[in-house]
Design a protein around this ligand. Structure first.
Ligand code: CP
Length: 313
């Protein structure tokens, strides 16, 4: 076992030895099912919608021999409706389970939960803050697809202002050497200054661009993201829609897919909307499309993470 992680709230908590351990453990756990978490219970508190994160954690727990208790719309179906605070909910739920996975609309909510919980808390997305298990599965996928986690060029494309997956991934890439990040977005969706300052501190080279087609041929990894319209104010949404009408696109389509090098890979945390628009046959057969393999990798790395957190707590 590597050094102990009590909770997993932000991607910067991952150390090289934890990453190495989790990658190896995820590979071992691929063929299942297992009994490593028999008798253990995972609680999932989701205040925001999810398909992949919630279902992959549920599936991971089942495949490890454990069970789970889940609320998929905690805003409506938990006692939050009656006015119960997040703090009280965590103090209750952590008494039922061996680990709590939480997704919440407020940035910082997972950190609050971790402070109060006696069992490990995993941040499954806190508003526009972080989504660290996504970053973990992203680097697991990058390593599998291009065979290294140092010395590669990555474009992060789309809504970099409110997209928590790019934030977590950028933080995590700060741990590696020889990475060059190109942030590709319209002016109003640029990456935050906090991330830029972090990358400067960690000697990670980065630049900002607004011409996706110019960037694509240079990249090993193209990390696409959707616009987080649900996190925009009415004014932001209107301004964004006005911008979209000008026709400037940040999308991979049949028009620019040929610019992607044969040894490059397209990743996306999903769900995707219109920022990737390719025929299903291309998505199914072209090895440059890695996002459905990325989804599957998420299951195995979450099995490894649950095993590490629960069995060392
Ligand atoms: N990638 C991701 O977090 O997907 P969900 O919102 O479906 O969980």
């Amino acid at each position: 076992m590597p050094e102990k992680l009590n909770h997993f709230v932000e991607s910067q908590q991952l150390t090289p030895s934890i990453i190495d351990y989790l990658f190896k453990r995820a590979d071992e756990l691929r063929p299942g099912p297992h009994t490593y978490l028999q008798g253990k219970i995972l609680a999932l508190l989701f205040y925001e919608p999810s398909t992949r994160t919630r279902m992959s954690f549920e599936t991971a727990m089942s495949r490890m021999g454990g069970t789970y208790s889940s609320t998929e719309n905690a805003e409506e179906f938990s006692s939050a409706v009656k006015g119960e605070s997040l703090e009280d909910t965590i103090r209750v739920v952590s008494k039922y389970a061996n680990c709590v996975v939480i997704r919440h609309k407020e940035e910082g909510s997972a950190a609050i939960a971790a402070e109060l919980s006696k069992v490990p808390v995993i941040n499954a997305g806190d508003g526009k803050g972080q989504h660290p298990t996504q970053a973990l599965l992203d680097i697991y996928t990058i390593n599998k697809e291009i065979g290294r986690l140092n010395d590669f060029k990555i474009a992060m494309v789309g809504d970099l202002k409110k997209g928590r997956t790019v934030r977590s991934l950028a933080y995590l890439l700060g741990k590696f050497k020889g990475i060059e990040i190109t942030f590709v977005s319209p002016e109003h969706l640029r990456i935050g200054n906090d991330i830029k300052a972090y990358l400067v501190r960690h000697n990670i080279s980065f630049s900002e661009e607004d011409d996706l087609n110019k960037v694509i041929p240079k990249m090993d990894i193209i990390y696409m993201t959707r616009t987080q319209k649900e996190r925009m104010s009415e004014e932001e949404r209107k301004n964004h829609e006005d911008y979209e009408k000008k026709g400037k696109v940040f999308a991979i389509t049949t028009d620019n897919f040929n610019l992607v090098r044969n040894d490059a890979r397209i990743l996306h945390p999903l769900p995707k909307v219109d920022e990737i628009n390719l025929p299903i046959e291309t998505e199914e057969k072209d090895p440059r499309i890695a996002y459905f393999r990325q989804v599957e990798n998420g299951l195995y790395i979450r099995m490894a993470l649950l095993d590490m957190l629960i069995n060392s707590s």
